[in-house]
Design a protein around this ligand. Sequence first.
Ligand SMILES: *[C@@H]1O[C@H](CO)[C@@H](O)[C@H](O)[C@H]1NC(C)=O
Ligand SMILES: *[C@@H]1O[C@H](CO)[C@@H](O)[C@H](O)[C@H]1NC(C)=O
Ligand SMILES: *[C@@H]1O[C@H](CO)[C@@H](O)[C@H](O)[C@H]1NC(C)=O
Length: 548
Amino acid sequence: MMKSGFITTTLMKVFAACLMALPVLVMVSLIYPNPPSDRMEGFAAARISKGRAQNVTPVGVGLKDDSSPPSVNMPKDKLLGGLLHAGFDEGSCLSRYQSFLYRKNSPHRPSSYLLSRLRSYEDLHKRCGPHTKSYNKTVERLKSGHNNGPTECSYVVWLSFSGLGNRILTMASAFLYALLTNRVLLVDPGNDMANLFCEPFPETSWILPLDFTFKNQFNSFDQNSPHCYGNMLKNNIINTSTESLPSFLYLHLVHDYNEHDKQFFCDQDQTLLGKVPWLIIKTDNYFVPSLFLIPSFEKELGNLFPNKEFVFHHLGRYLFHPSNQVWGLITRYYQAYLAKADERIGIQIRNFDSGTGPFQYVMDQILACTLKEKLLPEVKKQESIVTPSKKQISKAVIMTSLISGYFENLRNMYWEHPTVTGEVIGVYQPSHEEYQQTEKQLHNRKAWTEMYLLSLTDVLVTSSWSTFGYVAQGLGGLKPWILYKPENRTAPDPPCHRAMSMEPCFHAPPFYDCKAKTGIDTGAVVRHVRHCEDMSWGLKLIDGHDEL
Ligand SMILES: *[C@@H]1O[C@H](CO)[C@@H](O)[C@H](O)[C@H]1NC(C)=O
Ligand SMILES: *[C@@H]1O[C@H](CO)[C@@H](O)[C@H](O)[C@H]1NC(C)=O
Ligand SMILES: *[C@@H]1O[C@H](CO)[C@@H](O)[C@H](O)[C@H]1NC(C)=O
């Protein structure tokens, strides 16, 4: 099932797979638990200094093409094809206007419609952001509990939940939902997100203020909360014909959600939700693919993303800019180990089997994939020196894994033996956190650094089911080679497969036809929403024009 890449499973099989997956998904989210500790101090400031944006001092490192100095294409590429607003203060967030120096020019330009919607979103956020007059008014509505008529501004509040890779994917999902519904996205940073990201929107903040009314209750929000939308549906407290709606609803979109919670993805429910000024969302999933199955969003999404494969690629590069602290970690590492290589290869290893490893079958799989797909050269065990016929090529491999065993193995192989091609292979791994995460903030900073470094490679190999890999491939605009999930502790054959698209996989999509009120295979409804390569019941976006 895993190996076939494409799935024509019957509905029953999909449901069965879903049941099997739950314990694993629970485990996945346990890997980055959410410790209760001190409150967040605030993201890097989004100060504005108008007119200074064009004067960035280029850091001339890591450029793909040495013959074209950074200044030549700077004015155009610095703003990533218009994705970025030009008016931010450079110094408070160096990564925002420097990322183009490290990343290959994305050949995928955002649509002019997306750009215009982002600019109008920025205006909306400025008008409705924390502690503005409109915000204060809408908060009053929340405190009073009454919902009498439309408000000037309405909001999506994103709750911090699950591992950092998941959070990046869910913030992007919540942002797209906000964009589609003319809401303002505010994020509750939780306990351990301090100093990871810069503010994405100019002259305002996306951080939910500390004095927000329900902030203390966020931890207790779950499927059974009285304000949980699914729970209210279940108990007949609310329905699509209800007239007096509450001023806020909690939307439980976590992988364990039930059929009632899943009605979020129905058109008629969206009509109801549209009348509620505050929606508070908790999710650990990239739910974007299912937004593409809601008929009332179809046209707008088509205009925003003529090519559906680039949703996270564009939104991710728009939203997520490493803070200066993290940017230091990224750029120092890049300059030391990756900048000088002719080619960069990222290998992201995540093993979901029990035990710590390293496992021989995982190592076998890494080698089988990279050698078979000619991402890395074979070695000549019999010879001590191989001289290349042409100019010597150097490749830098950056590996990420919780443990160091795979990295050591690969590094030693290329140290102890020459490559058949005479290429020089350097193998590096920034960190190996094992299972100890005593200093959570540093752990997250390193995780974010590693995702970002992987996104700066030319060729990417990722592990199945890993949100860490999804973030890297999306930001980098890379279609990775996906290592199939090992079954029964043996290296699968074939070991890996090229992804259909760079989009992340939605691991827990609904399988429901809202109109017919019956189960359906949502991976077979439209051309551009398909089952994932690495998870047969998951959904992902692909370019609708691709041959299937
Ligand atoms: C909104 O309320 C806060 C206090 O909660 C206050 O400090 C701020 O000045 C208010 N904003 C406006 C524009 O009145
Ligand atoms: C809708 O909910 C109201 C209570 O808000 C209830 O009186 C009514 O019977 C419900 N309608 C349906 C069709 O369930
Ligand atoms: C898993 O491996 C064991 C021992 O190698 C074998 O006995 C068993 O049949 C395998 N199970 C499956 C489902 O392949």
